[in-house]
Design a protein around this ligand. Structure first.
Ligand code: ATP
Ligand code: MG
Length: 148
């Protein structure tokens, strides 16, 4: 038995007003699909941090949610300027956040750390043309049975 679910969201750069709206919709969707609360919590934390990164650090991009059988995939893609040094970017407290994003409450340098801690698997690749962040979450066997 296989199941499939897909949703795509556009993420606009510097749009502080709508920042987090894709993640809110993903959370709502997972609740409707009756995904377990502990998993919704982890997905929400990672999704929100990753979405904000696209808003405040990139030229804009998108996120795709896929659920295939009992694995949930999130893929964030943006069109640059990329991350110079991924190892450095992953360090707790490291940030290049602008003044305006700090004023909006971002820039603690903890987003990527929290994403890594929340996701079951994380792959981050980046060059000046863009960044791709792939996250994987393993659902419980009883989760998302509605889409099967
Ligand atoms: N999509 C992206 N495009 C370009 N640079 C990024 C992107 N995501 C992260 N970065 C870089 O990695 C750094 C660390 O990201 P991280 O999310 O950990 O912290 P932050 O966004 O600066 O602050 P916080 O997430 O705590 O609000 C950022 O400051 C930025 O330099
Ligand atoms: Mg961040």
């Amino acid at each position: 038995m296989s199941s499939f679910y897909h949703k795509h969201y556009t993420i606009l750069p510097n749009d502080y007003f709508n920042a987090g709206s894709a993640s809110s919709d993903i959370k709502k969707t997972l609740k409707q699909l009756k995904v377990s609360k502990d998993i919704i919590k982890k997905v929400s934390v990672a999704s929100y941090e990753a979405e904000i990164n696209v808003v405040i650090h990139s030229f804009g991009g998108s996120v795709d949610l896929h659920i295939v059988n009992h694995t949930l995939y999130l893929q964030f893609t943006d069109s640059g300027p990329g991350i110079d040094d991924i190892e450095l970017a992953m360090k707790p407290g490291y940030t290049t956040a602008s003044e305006i994003s700090r004023l909006n409450g971002f820039g603690a340098g903890m987003g990527l750390v929290n994403i890594k801690a929340s996701a079951d698997e994380m792959t981050l690749i980046s060059d000046p043309n863009g960044t791709i962040l792939k996250l994987k979450f393993f659902l419980h066997t009883e989760d998302a049975n509605e889409i099967i």
